[in-house]
Design a protein around this ligand. Structure first.
Ligand code: HEM
Ligand code: MG
Length: 332
């Protein structure tokens, strides 16, 4: 049985996380990394299995322990990713590309392709990774990182802060509209894009700096996280459990409706069926009823049981948020 998720940290203050027990190590042949600099870094320091294949429980433990991610957010994001990208029978998820290490696949249309899988979770207009349309949605992209640095210089005095986050988020969306005929900015990508724009100042800044909304990430340390999957020397995690702080400010600087280009560049068309910030519960219901259901239309046996359990753990991340729980595969 997939075990219930680990609870919140009992000791949840800042502490040294680049410690003796978590040395950075270079990749060995076959080790997997992907589009998430947070998980890549945790794997390269041994907070996650260094091969880049982990269970949801291991991921939740690691993001809480290493980055003090809020436990509700950690659950919601981890089970969301696992439901669409992971192997629900073996309880294993690749943090990058598809691999035999996650075990025998369920039949198609299930993908079980790891976090690199486009559209179900990974999406367009990432800050340091290219759009899937251009051929690589997961590797560190130096050209995009140069733009990250340029924006940090222009709007943040050389560091990435909330002001830079708003400007760069807008810039990446405009770039994708103008260059990617398949640009898709509907839910869940609509939410993950704004959330991830907060993560560099929310999580990658040393925890001994206590004012997190004014936190700023310098470019030396940004390079370590985004490119090298490496904590800065003597790195301490945030001082309290942390989520996507400032996400509404970033969205509000340049509000946009969820939508997509419809087969050509500069054809961005709003999609009123997509969830947005005014209708958060629709993120949950559409993800379950559309995305998960399309991958698993008619599961049987252990697969169905594990879908039910993982959907319950997923909902647990937002329980208390006022959304009604749904049971597309019934209840056990
Ligand atoms: C991006 C998964 C936790 C930082 C991503 C992406 C995925 C992902 C699939 C790619 C989305 C895209 O840009 O297209 C996860 C999962 C997590 C997790 C399953 C489990 C809780 C974290 C944590 C941090 C983090 C704890 C920071 C410490 C980031 C950042 C990006 C990102 C900054 C954007 C990269 C960019 O735009 O270039 N994550 N993530 N993530 N993640 Fe995570
Ligand atoms: Mg992406």
């Amino acid at each position: 049985l997939p075990p219930p998720p680990p609870g919140p940290l009992t000791s949840n203050g800042t502490k040294l996380v680049y410690d003796r027990n978590h040395p950075w190590k270079p990749l060995r042949k076959g080790d997997i990394r992907g589009p998430c600099p947070g998980l890549n870094t945790l794997a390269s320091h041994g907070y996650l299995p260094r091969d880049g294949v982990a269970s949801p429980s291991q991921i939740i433990t690691a993001v809480q322990e290493g980055f003090n991610m809020d436990s509700g957010l950690a659950r919601f994001v981890t089970y969301g990713a696992h439901l669409v990208d992971g192997n629900l029978v073996t309880d294993l998820l690749s943090i990058g590309g598809k691999t035999k290490k996650t075990g025998k696949d369920a039949p198609p249309p299930a993908i079980i392709g790891g976090l690199n899988t486009h559209r179900v979770f990974e999406g367009d207009s990432s800050m340091t990774r290219g759009d899937d349309f251009f051929g690589d949605n997961h590797s560190f992209n130096q050209t995009l990182f140069d733009q990250f640095v340029e924006y940090s210089n222009r709007f943040g005095g050389g560091s990435y802060n909330i002001t830079v986050a708003a400007e760069l988020r807008h810039r990446r969306i405009q770039e994708s509209i103008a260059s990617n005929p398949e640009f898709d900015f509907t839910s869940p990508r609509f939410f993950t894009a704004f959330a991830e724009s907060t993560f560099p100042y929310a999580f990658f800044v040393d925890g001994r700096i206590s004012n997190r909304t004014s936190a700023a990430l310098d470019m030396t340390n940004a390079t370590l996280f985004f490119r090298d999957s490496k904590f800065p020397r003597d790195f301490w995690r945030p001082p309290a459990p942390t989520g996507a702080i400032g996400i509404i400010e970033i969205f509000s600087a340049y509000p946009i409706a969820p939508g997509r280009n419809v087969g050509a560049v500069n054809t961005y068309t709003p999609d009123p069926t997509s969830a947005d910030f005014g209708n958060f519960c629709l993120l949950y219901t559409n993800f379950v009823n559309n995305t998960v259901k399309s991958l698993y239309p008619d599961p049987k046996g252990v697969l169905r049981r594990n879908l039910i359990l993982n959907l319950r753990y997923f909902y647990g991340g937002i329980a208390g948020g006022g959304c009604e729980e749904i049971f597309p595969y019934g209840q056990i």
